[in-house]
Each structure stands twice: as C-alpha cells, then as structure tokens.
Ligand binder design. Structure first.
Ligand code: GDP
Ligand code: MG
Length: 368
C-alpha cells in the first residue's frame, strides 16, 4: 500500500491497531492510531504480521476506486478556452456565442457567472467554454498538471494583427499541445486586413489552411455576429477529429476551475466534469479536501441533481476553498476519501507535491 494511517492499515490486515502501535513501539517508534506510516514502515508491519506486502501507486489506487470498466463510450463535448490579445474581442465573442446558443431563450435565467458555460446548439451538440481563466489561470492550471482545454480559440483582431499576448497564447498552445482555431475578429471594420493576420501568424508558426497549413481559421465579427455559426461548426469539426470520448456511467472526475466564498452557501467551487457523472450526495476529494455534494447549480444558476462530462457545475459542500486546477474526483465511501486525502498529504510532505499531480493521467480520455 501507499502511506497509510495506523488505524487504516490495521483494518486492512485485520489486526487491532493497538497491536500495530505496540509493534512500532518495540521498534522504538512512538506513534498513535492516527499516525501516518510511510511505505517502508507499513511494509515492515505487514511482513511482521505475516502478510504479503504490495506497493500500490496512485494509479493502482485510482484503478481500485475509479477503475470500474465502462462499457459505454460516448462523444464528449469539446472544452474550449478563448485566448488572445487584450481588446481583440475575447469577452465580446464569448458573449455573442452565448447569445447565439439555444440557451439564449432563457437569457433572463442567467443570474450568475460561474467562469464556464455550455452552449446547447440547435443540432443538439454542445460546446463548453471556459470563460474567466484567460492566460494566468491557464498557466496556473498547466503548472499544476491539469489539462482542461481541448481546443484554444485564438482571437486576433483583423485591424490590429498579432500582438504580444497573441504570441503568448500561441506558446501556451504549443507547449501544452492543444490545437488552435483562429478567429479573425472585427472583420466588420473597414480597416480589417485578415490576410495580414494570416501572414503574421505564419511568422509565428501558426499556418492556416489558406497559407498551406492545417490550422482552421474563421473570419468573424463579435459585433455584427457574422460567421459565429461557422466558428461553432469549426470547433465541432476540430473536436470530431480529436475523437473526444467519455464514459458517463463511471464515477465523476474533473477539475476545479475556480472557487470562492458565498454568503449563505459557504465555499462554492466551479467544477468542470471531465468524465463520469456527479450526483447530489456524492462523496468527493479535491486537492487535500474531501466532502459531499450538498447542492449543484448549472451555469444558468438552476439547481441540478447531476452533472455529466463536459458540464461545468457549481458544487456546494466544501469545507474550505479548493484551488484552481485541483483535480476533483468522486468515490464510493467516506473512508476512501479520508484514506486518499491522508495519502496525498503524506505525499505532499514527503516529497515534491508536484510529483503527486504528475503521477496522474494527463487527461480524462485515457481513463476507462
Ligand atoms: P477583450 O479584451 O479581448 O475581452 O476585448 P473586448 O471583448 O472587451 O472588446 C474590446 C473592444 O473591441 C470593445 O470595445 C468591443 O466593443 C470591440 N469589439 C469586439 N469585437 C468586435 C467586432 O467584431 N467588431 C468591432 N467593430 N468591434 C469589436
Ligand atoms: Mg475581456
């Protein structure tokens, strides 16, 4: 096993925890039933107690708790982050896209901003937009080893061209291996020069189709709403090529997008569900926290009972605020949640905590 408390270890090998404490005391170690033992010590105890020991890494823990092999694989909505230079129209584009979705029928219902939303298109397909992160949060998440974004929509103003933050975004996309779709915005302007944008992008290694490359680009106007359907179609086309799948019948897993305190609700976190289904009452771990889903809201602020892959939801039930980029996972029992958190804490103490995250699979698509 991995690091484990005396109590949990005793339970596992079916001996009284007092016996384990006594054994350790005889070896000159002062412990209580709640002390956390490292792998070597617990192996020693297991051997002493006549059991065969076996090292279990995080993958094994995960396989044990979440590895319920799924038979159903379904298409998963792509998760899209919009990036680009300041004033090139990121916010305008997000708002315009939100309005063109079917959800606009209930526009009055959009009462809160949760940093992510999902558009339901007339075709029935869905696209998830991560709203607030922008560059900083993207970097923070990447540093913490989280992969939430499937596609980056790079907004470049047709009258301004490639600028510092455009280049920065290109770098993020390349280092994290996320495909780019270029939205050449403000095409309504008389000063728009989309071909200049294309050749400037070429100079920075982004070769769009018209320049003989493979990167998809669309000329749009967030102001007049020109070609927004084409942009969505292009996102769906890119997603199709990536064959994004999920298994909704497994335990939920996802990533914390952001969290904050809210009067009357306590600590509230926006969780992007990346695989499985999260239900009210589910037990979860996130970072070094564990809890139980007390209530969930969708992006429009409606109470929901469950959340499926690709869906961003607000989750109530945290004792403290988790961090952006923390992985979120639901599991069957509170004891598992406790064990997992203890294990992670001991990992974080014993070595570089980044190792803990780097042990985890890069994204949800490689999980059964
Ligand atoms: P952000 O900083 O990238 O989020 O950019 P904003 O969405 O705040 O837009 C910056 C400015 O550009 C605002 O004044 C917008 O009204 C304007 N803008 C955004 N999109 C368009 C567009 O398609 N056409 C025109 N003419 N102006 C736009
Ligand atoms: Mg903005």
């Amino acid at each position: 096993t991995g690091p484990i408390s005396v109590q949990d270890l005793s339970e596992k090998i079916a001996v009284k925890s007092q016996k384990v404490v006594q054994l350790l005391e005889s070896l000159g170690k002062s412990v209580t039933a709640y002390s956390i033992l490292d792998v070597e010590t617990s192996e020693l105890i297991i051997t002493e107690m006549g059991h065969k020991s076996q090292r279990v890494g995080l993958e094994d823990l995960e396989a044990r708790w979440w590895g319920v092999k799924s038979k159903t694989y379904e298409d998963r909505p792509p998760v899209v982050t919009i990036m680009g230079h300041v004033d090139h129209g990121k916010t305008s584009l997000l708002d315009a896209l939100r309005e063109t979705s079917v959800a606009s029928g209930e526009k009055g219902g959009i009462t809160q901003h949760i940093g992510a939303y999902q558009t339901r298109l007339k075709s029935g397909k869905q696209v998830t937009f991560i709203d607030t992160p922008g560059h900083e949060a993207f970097i923070r998440m990447r540093e913490r080893g989280s992969a939430v974004t499937d596609i980056i929509v790079l907004v470049v103003a047709a009258d301004d061209g490639v600028k510092a933050q455009t280049i920065e975004a290109i770098r993020h996309a390349k280092t994290s291996n996320v495909p780019i779709i270029v939205a050449i915005n403000k095409i309504d302007k008389t000063t728009a020069k989309p071909d200049v944008v294309r050749s400037e992008l070429l100079n920075h290694g982004v070769v769009v189709e018209k320049m003989g490359g493979e990167v998809l680009d669309v000329e749009v106007s967030a102001l007049t709403k020109k070609n927004l359907d084409a942009l969505i179609e292009t996102i769906l086309l890119q997603a199709e090529m990536m064959e994004l799948t999920c298994s909704p019948d497994t335990k939920a897993r996802g990533t914390i997008i952001e969290s904050h305190m809210r009067k009357g609700h306590g600590h509230v976190a926006t969780v992007l569900i990346q695989n499985g289904t999260l239900r009210k009452g589910d037990i979860f771990v996130a970072g070094l926290l564990s809890g139980k889903v007390r209530m969930m809201f969708d992006a429009e602020g409606h109470v929901v009972q469950k959340a499926t892959p690709g869906q961003p939801v607000e989750v109530l039930g945290f004792s403290r605020s988790p961090l952006s980029g923390d992985r979120f996972m639901s599991l069957d029992q509170e004891s598992q949640a406790r064990e997992f958190v203890e294990w992670k804490k001991s990992q974080a103490l014993s070595d570089d905590s980044s190792e803990v995250t780097s042990n985890l699979p890069e994204n949800s698509s490689d999980l059964a």
